[in-house]
Design a protein around this ligand. Sequence first.
Ligand SMILES: Cc1cc2nc3c(=O)[nH]c(=O)nc-3n(C[C@H](O)[C@H](O)[C@H](O)COP(=O)(O)OP(=O)(O)OC[C@H]3O[C@@H](n4cnc5c(N)ncnc54)[C@H](O)[C@@H]3O)c2cc1C
Ligand code: SF4
Length: 471
Amino acid sequence: MSEKVDFVVIGSGAGGSAAAARLCEGGASVLLAEKGSPASTSNDALRAIGKYYTNEGLSAAMGNCLLPIPTGEVLGGTTRINSGTCLKTPKDLLRRWEAVEGFRADGFEPHLDEAWRRLKVKPVPEETQSRSTKLFFKGLDSLGISGGHALERGEDGCVGSSRCCFICPRDAKMSAEKAYLAPLLGKPGFEVACETELVSLAPGKNPRVTLRSESGTREVECKAVVLACGTLRTPYFLRRFGLGRAPAGDALSVHPATKVFALFDEKVESDKGVPQAGGLLDPDEPRIRYEGIHMPLELAAMSMPFEGRELRRWMDVHERIATFGFMIRDESRGSVRYPVGPRLPWLSYRLQDGDLARMTRAMRFLGKVFFAAGARKVVLPLNRPGSVFETAAQLQKADLSDVRAADLQMMAFHPLGTCGMGRVVDGNLKAADGVYVADGSVVPESLGVNPQITIYAFALRLAEHLLGVPA
Ligand SMILES: Cc1cc2nc3c(=O)[nH]c(=O)nc-3n(C[C@H](O)[C@H](O)[C@H](O)COP(=O)(O)OP(=O)(O)OC[C@H]3O[C@@H](n4cnc5c(N)ncnc54)[C@H](O)[C@@H]3O)c2cc1C
Ligand code: SF4
């Protein structure tokens, strides 16, 4: 016997939680299924990665480079392990998306504002900004570069303990769970089923899903299913069941990102303060966005381009090392396929020459800023000899024209686009009768800004469409 509910939402990240909450607030009965479990707060980065990151943090794309792409598998999805930064969708992209039938920029903006309010977004105050951020601002000032600014984040009670990506120990970060699910828990007609996985899906006027958990399987019939398993998982279900206007899984954009380390005479104590506290859009290349980042000691050891005694020497001075990062609004694209099922997606990504040139430009820029702030040494994220520089002049003269994609130590935190609106799903995010998508996969192109607010807004818009609220 199958159960009946108005809507089934799969996945509790930014998209799934916002969609489920809005549907419930609109009077519908909702079952939200989430593969992960609720997180317990933690101060231990490696434990959090092992428990709450998908595949223990080991997801990576291959191509002409090795590109780790971590995501969260926990109640609240990747928002439980993100940095909390909030930036709204650039207006020029919203206008471009109006080419998709049914999408209106002025209809989207109120949803961005609603997510902004719900996440209690505010600029990081000076007292909780990390020292690395302050050194970045100092370097910009010495070089006479304007535009550096405090980033805006969703938080309530943040004290700057620098663990945002490993489950906030004070539960101060406004994750999807805290902002959208917690206020509704216990409400009749709203069920959140954790450790429960979507395994099968039949579209139609009354679509049906099969969910699996340790206690068995559940068959559920509903008015519509909202898939929100994330950019790297949702395409599996569209491909497996032949849904969508075009095959899902292509057009993967990721915002390739990396960081530069710098050694100072003074203590930086990078384990204090909000790590992603400040930012800057590159003064001359709008596809490069600089943002703070922090590597806890245990991860810094793995991510510095050194080994043996040299690594040991750098770890001995860890307290004096500052870090700052950047991401590229990529022109390069990748894809996701599932040769062995949804658990181990096969990710491909090739960094094109234009994006490679932006990466080397941004590394050099950050090095220059750190030297202007008084750094003694700068370390570029290169897997090859010659990554350490002792003066600004030496860095400026360095020939980086032969740096290849494979030489770069990169990561990417923003996979988007694999079920793009207008390509795989329509302007109302419909993939097939009774089946809709509300996660990062629907974002039609590389955003150039951190994506969570855009994803929340897409999901809120979809929920209102399903509730029949006029756009
Ligand atoms: C380290 C890090 C830092 C980041 N920092 C920022 C930031 O500061 N600002 C920002 O805007 N963005 C940031 N991001 C990105 C942002 O958090 C994500 O883009 C966003 O959370 C994605 O939302 P989503 O709904 O697409 O998917 P997710 O949040 O990934 O949620 C998908 C959920 O679906 C579940 N799921 C998957 N398959 C199934 C299944 N078969 N059945 C049931 N459930 C399933 C997963 O367990 C997961 O919980 C960061 C990301 C990372 C990794
Ligand atoms: S800086 Fe610390 S308190 Fe603030 S959100 Fe991050 S982990 Fe939580």
